[in-house]
Design a protein around this ligand. Structure first.
Ligand code: PLP
Length: 283
């Protein structure tokens, strides 16, 4: 279980980063989480495209060429048929001599990547769904950047866990943005909808895949602002993320969503998603 740090593959205990690293001192960096099934990545290129966008938004230069990223990530997950794993990768602005918000020229980024097993979904989730709470979106206004500054997400997951819920669905000015670590879909009035991409939320790779699958299989959807009232009255609510796939939400702030069972449309989407994953796994 070697990890990758600044050009070398090393055992975790041999990997060291300076306390002056700007990731540690300022949360000054970006990251990605990329899933793989049986040694094949799901959405590798879109994830690397989003990494490029996050790096550019943070005014960081790409530390590796695309082929080098691919080679590093492939080596971390091993050859097919490998176990199901995600790769976590992060790039920080690097280690500077002083703790100064303004980074001097010539500092080289710190590049870290490692693989970890993906836990299979508990069967109870498809039968019972998951619980969520709602909370005002207390984050900064650049949710589109996959920044390692995750204070709000950490707090929101804590709040959720304290309420025996999995995730916190956030809203700003009465409009749903996204989950602390996921995107949100809603089925209301017979329509499947999800908030449109904007600077206020992360453009999820799983969100995009779910929309593509919906389009290919004739499920109608709209990308449109979703009011908190619509969320509260929804027949179905889903969460999406790379490691959790598409999850049915059956309780919101302690109230049942719809009839309190995972919805019919979710079942269709999950079948499409599982089928897509099986094709990824088969290479
Ligand atoms: N929104 C936020 C804030 C996230 O942290 C994540 C992923 O962890 C997502 C959405 C889902 O993105 P993806 O589907 O690319 O994993």
């Amino acid at each position: 279980n070697e990890l990758y740090l600044n050009g070398a593959f090393v055992p975790p205990e041999a990997a060291h980063i300076s306390v002056m690293d700007r990731g540690f001192l300022f949360g000054d960096g970006v990251y990605e989480v990329i899933p793989s099934y049986g040694g094949h990545f799901l959405g590798l290129e879109p994830h690397l495209d989003r990494l490029d966008a996050s790096l550019a938004a943070m005014r960081l230069e790409a530390p590796l060429a695309r082929e080098d990223w691919r080679a590093v990530l492939r080596r971390l997950i091993g050859e097919p048929p490998a176990a199901d794993q995600y790769v976590y990768l992060q790039v920080t602005r690097g280690t500077a001599p002083e703790r100064d918000h303004l980074c001097p020229a010539g500092v080289r980024p710190t590049v870290l990547a490692f693989a970890k097993p993906i836990k299979p979904r508990a069967p109870a989730i498809a039968e019972q769904g998951v619980a969520c709470i709602t909370h005002p979106d207390i984050r900064w206004l650049r949710g589109d950047i996959k920044s390692i500054s995750l204070a709000a997400a950490v707090l929101m997951r804590r709040e959720a866990a304290d309420a025996d819920a999995l995730e916190t669905i956030m809203h700003r000015d009465g409009w749903v943005t996204e989950g602390a670590v996921s995107n949100v879909f809603v089925v209301a009035g017979g329509a499947l909808m999800t908030p449109p991409k904007s600077r206020l939320l992360l453009s999820g790779i799983t969100r995009e895949l779910a929309l593509t699958l919906a389009h290919e299989h004739g499920l109608e959807f709209v990308e449109r602002p979703v009011a908190l009232d619509i969320l509260r009255a929804a027949d179905e609510i889903w969460l999406s993320s790379s490691t959790r796939e598409v999850l049915p939400v059956t309780r919101l702030d302690g109230e049942l969503v719809g009839d309190g069972r995972p919805g019919l449309l979710w079942r269709r989407m999950d079948a499409l998603y599982q089928d897509y994953k099986a094709r990824v796994r088969a290479g």
